[in-house]
Ligand binder design. Structure first.
Ligand code: ADP
Length: 349
């Protein structure tokens, strides 16, 4: 294998740039030219009139400055056409025309499925799990998760300071899509009293009971951490009916949200105030933590080494605290396990 490509796909994730730098340094060491593909799989479809908007050769001095930068230098995007086999054939042709012999794909579950399709078409691919969500069952960590959690921990600590000052509970919503790992790890790391996740069915009344128990114990400043996907696991609740009969205007059919949830808690638990904060994109745009940067460094090097040695169609992950790899098919069929005992512990104290 001589020339390789790298792309970042799906949602951006802290540490993507650090991994690209490690890939560039390793490729340079092994004498392999490296092409950066822009905007995820879109760059392979040659959509732009200027080739530099689709791909560019990455030299060491181009990437040396980006390692600690949040975001992704190569840009990322979703590429719906890639679901279509005709466009994937086009991508294979682009790779052949550019004499790119193998590809490193940084992204989550969806991006790996794209890589799997490319592998089936004979393009050797290596995946690096890069998503803040930590939703890939085969690996103990994904690149960006630790940074996202640290952003949440800083935010929740600040919010808890205000909760203490005012003796009032707080509702904090964190990201993670259909995965509750960011919420659970944030709750554990901050001593938050209640955590609600998509993996465990729940009721609004049940959480209000938990909060009332905290208040009865004398804890007037509890924090409820909500995972953004938790509303999917919520038992039906008549938000409009409840709020409008309790003096709070609300539009009919309005979905549950952190702000609305805080309003309901305030009324169900008879509190003077309960405030909501949604942490949002600051979780994705932060500088990578040491843990994420170190993972990016090792994963980037391993990806290039595997391609150099002709070991293809693998994804890199963390097992027993060590960076390792496994076949992409096996990784994508590995079930994810939510840490239910830890979840129960948080909610029981
Ligand atoms: P993530 O990689 O973070 O899970 P997405 O699910 O949005 O993000 O996937 C990113 C991109 O990967 C998609 O826009 C598409 O280009 C590609 N992709 C996702 N699923 C598939 C699939 N089943 N087949 C081919 N390509 C896919």
């Amino acid at each position: 294998m001589r020339k390789i490509g790298v792309l970042t796909s799906g949602g951006d994730s802290p540490g993507m740039n650090a991994a690209v730098m490690a890939i560039a340094r390793s490729a340079s060491l092994y004498g392999m030219p490296l092409i950066g593909i822009k905007h995820g799989y879109n760059g392979l479809l040659r959509k732009s009139t200027n080739i530099h908007d689709d791909m560019q050769e990455l030299y060491l001095d181009t990437v040396l400055d980006i390692a600690d930068e949040p975001g992704t230098y190569l840009r990322t995007a979703r590429c719906l056409e890639f679901m279509n086999p005709e466009y994937r054939e086009l991508a294979v042709k682009t790779l052949a025309a550019m004499e790119i012999d193998g590809l490193v794909v940084l992204g989550g579950d969806g991006s790996f499925q794209g890589a799997q399709r490319l592998c089936e078409l004979g393009v050797p691919c290596i995946g690096i799990p890069a998503t803040i969500d930590n939703d890939l069952g085969y690996t103990e960590m994904t690149l960006g998760f630790d940074t996202a959690v640290n952003v949440c921990v800083d935010a929740v600590r600040s919010i808890r300071a205000t909760s203490r000052s005012h003796d009032r509970p707080a509702v904090v919503e964190v990201m993670g899509r259909h995965c509750g790992d960011i919420a659970l790890t944030t709750a554990v790391s901050t001593g938050s009293e209640i955590v609600v996740v998509p993996e465990v069915p729940w009721t609004v009344e049940g959480v209000a009971d938990q909060l009332r128990k905290q208040l009865a114990k004398g804890n007037t400043r509890a924090t409820i951490v909500l995972a953004e996907g938790c509303y999917d696991a919520m038992a039906p609740f008549d938000l409009y009916g409840y709020l409008t009969t309790h003096g709070k205007p609300c539009y009919e059919g309005e979905p549950m949200s952190a702000v609305r949830f805080a309003s309901v808690m305030k009324r169900m638990c008879g509190m003077v105030e309960a405030r909501a904060t949604t942490i949002g994109y600051t979780q994705r745009g932060a500088e990578p933590t040491a843990r994420d940067s170190a993972f990016a460094f090792e994963a980037g090097n391993l990806a290039v080494k595997l391609l150099r040695d002709g070991v293809a169609n693998q994804v890199i992950g963390m097992k027993n605290g060590r960076v390792t790899y496994m076949p992409i098919d096996e990784a994508l069929s590995t079930e994810r396990h939510f840490n239910r005992p830890l979840f129960d512990l948080v909610n029981s104290l």
